[in-house]
Design a protein around this ligand. Sequence first.
Ligand SMILES: [Zn+2]
Length: 286
Amino acid sequence: MLLKMVSYRRFRPIVLVFAALIGLMFSCAPDRGKPAVTKLPDETERKIRDGIRTMFPGAVTFEQYTDSLLFFLYAVHRIKPETILLGQSTCVDDVLNTKSPFNEHMVKGPFNFGGLGGLPFTGLTGLSAYAHHVPDSGAALLLVGPHIGYSEESGWGMLHREGQHEVTTCCGALVAALGKLEKGTLKVQDPREPDYQEQTLEQLALKHKGEILDSKVPLVTFTKLVNGEVQKIMSNLPRHEVHFRYVITIVGVIINTDFGYPDYIWVDKMSIYDLETEQYLKIMEK
Ligand SMILES: [Zn+2]
């Protein structure tokens, strides 16, 4: 059973009351056209969840996962949210921060490593800087992975964003690279300015061309490949002669859904490493 970490969610009641008032205001306001800010039917939510789980079995809502993780860290290991610094190698897409469930907790951060697609373009220097910022005797919490949209009306790779009438691509950077791969317009080259990040993703797509294009949903396959690349780079976090105690690593894919619906996370690997005892306290792998 997923447990809620109520004690660390001081602001949630205020937010919910405020949201209810705003909802009431909108329900009384004249029709402003779509998107409507209303409670969505459970049936639609179930359809989205089931659609997501066809490609990401076991995916849970990002909010449920975050609540359970923080509860577990405190209940079992006495790691308090305020002693954790979130470091995320996720895409620069604003949707990841505006809907991040970590915003509701006392977790510090995020320190952002990711550029387009979630690849940690800040490199080893970014990892070193982050390590210096973790609270004393606290925990480094690394959230590692790309994202993908799943729209109820348009499926994989699309998203209905707040304040917009039409759906847009998500992850736009991966969709753009995949589009060029499918058209056969990509060629081997060193990524260079002024579009260094996108070209890095394009070269990755080109390297795995057969695997991506032969798969059932190429964008999902490409997203999972990017996930592997992000992991490789993020495993270089300094672990010796540091002032903090734990390294918590969550590797997976964040699945963003239409505005008004919960986002999901599919966790590929999760680990908690105690730097003091030099032991893994927990490891979970798919
Ligand atoms: Zn993106």
